[in-house]
Design a protein around this ligand. Structure first.
Ligand code: TTP
Ligand code: MG
Ligand code: MG
Length: 373
């Protein structure tokens, strides 16, 4: 068996931008207080005025030179930075939210396929965009320029064919970074990265990987998929994909979050004539659906299969699950049964294939899941 078959097929046809503001809160504060421009500015309570309490929310790049970083105890920052260079500013979330809203409005001028990850960061799927710009890089540059012009702040972006690579890209050349990772360059780019830079690899996994002699993406690329699966279970599955530049997670728009069903469909040209090929696509879809549902803490009770043949004959078939689920295997079992209960599609050729999970039941507790990232 070719072990690469364990992994989903790569999709290199999307155009994704990840944009992240540089030292976001700190930059907003520097703009408001230009007199602090040359200082090491920390956003957070000043521990010297607060009985030693306080945490660094973020700091400017001047402070980072001294080793200060987000989530560090404020008191430690006081030890690291010379007194005359250090300034603390209390966070002002109302302003950060307002600036964030403005930045988002610029993004929505380009596309509504915007997924906010935090106040200062979002993914944009610009495969189809409102401005009809062919060049993704130009779109990203224009957005970066507009943010700088209109709100006076710097950002960094990554451009690639999936979220994982776009995010790696925006981190890569911070601050004021502009990184483009083409499909042909992905493997080499990832090979160069330390595994600490891979989003989703926590300190424990890093340690385990180091024990296996894995320090870089190139090392990770050499580890057999089965070894990763056995050792890290589901996380290993994602590690193997990421090392190869595979990430099928869609951009989930903020409005979609409230939608009542989640589905994915694709058209095929040439059409699909093989059952195995159709089932393999469906397996990828179900994997997608699981990720999307888990992210929102939803479980579906119904699966819908959609097929269209070369004569544009379309059917949708739906079936209830035995129990509410967010498990791709449950979706796949039902989708496969539904598929096998149709007639004539493979002979005619399938030009559209889709699977939807619907009739949600929201879990009222949030299980801690290491694989949600
Ligand atoms: P980040 O984008 O992680 O950091 P940043 O924008 O300050 O710096 P960078 O140039 O490296 O992107 O986080 C965005 C904002 O979220 C940050 O300005 C402050 C806030 N934040 C916290 O409050 N606590 C944290 O632990 C982190 C990481 C961020
Ligand atoms: Mg940032
Ligand atoms: Mg961020």
């Amino acid at each position: 068996m070719n072990r690469e078959n364990l992994l989903p097929q790569n999709d290199i046809h999307r155009r994704i931008i990840h944009l992240d503001m540089d030292a976001f809160y700190a930059s907003v504060e520097t703009k408001r207080h230009p007199e602090y421009r040359k200082m090491a500015l920390i956003v957070g309570q000043d521990p010297r005025k607060n009985n030693g309490h306080g945490v660094v929310a973020t700091c400017n790049y001047e402070a980072r030179k001294y080793g200060v970083h987000s989530a560090m105890a404020g008191i430690q920052a006081v030890r690291l930075v010379p007194k005359e260079k250090l300034v603390f500013v209390k966070p002002d979330f109302a302003t950060y939210r307002a600036v964030s809203a403005k930045i988002h409005s610029f993004m929505h001028e380009i596309t509504d396929q915007v997924e906010s990850v935090a106040l200062d960061e979002a993914y944009l799927d610009v495969t189809h965009n409102k401005v009809g710009q062919e060049s993704t890089v130009q779109l990203a540059l224009d957005l970066q320029k507009k943010i700088r012009r209109e709100v006076g702040l710097n950002s960094s972006f990554g451009v690639s064919y999936n979220k994982f690579l776009a995010k790696m890209g925006s981190e890569y050349a911070k601050p004021f970074g502009r990184t483009v990772i083409l499909p042909s360059e992905a493997k080499r780019f990832l090979g160069m990265q330390k595994i600490e830079k891979f989003p989703g690899i926590g300190p424990k996994t890093q340690e385990e990987l180091h024990k296996m002699g894995v320090y870089t993406g190139a090392d990770l690329q050499k580890v057999d998929v089965l070894v990763l699966l056995k050792k890290f279970k589901k996380m290993g599955y994602f590690l193997a994909q990421h090392a190869r530049g595979i990430d099928l997670r869609p951009v989930i728009t903020d409005s979609e979050v409230n939608r009542k069903s989640i589905g994915i469909e694709r058209t095929y040209e040439p059409a699909i004539y093989s059952r195995d090929e159709a089932l393999s696509k469906m397996r990828n879809y179900c994997n997608y659906l699981e990720t999307k549902l888990k992210k929102r803490n939803f479980r579906a009770t119904t699966v819908v299969l959609k097929l269209r043949d070369n004569d544009f004959v379309t059917v949708t078939k739906r079936r209830k699950l035995h129990h509410p689920s967010d498990d791709q295997l449950d979706f796949y079992d039902v989708a496969k049964d539904l598929f096998d209960s149709t007639n004539g599609f493979l002979e005619k050729g399938i030009r559209l294939l889709g699977v939807t999970a619907t009739d949600f039941e929201k879990e009222n507790y949030q299980p801690i899941n290491l694989f949600d990232y």
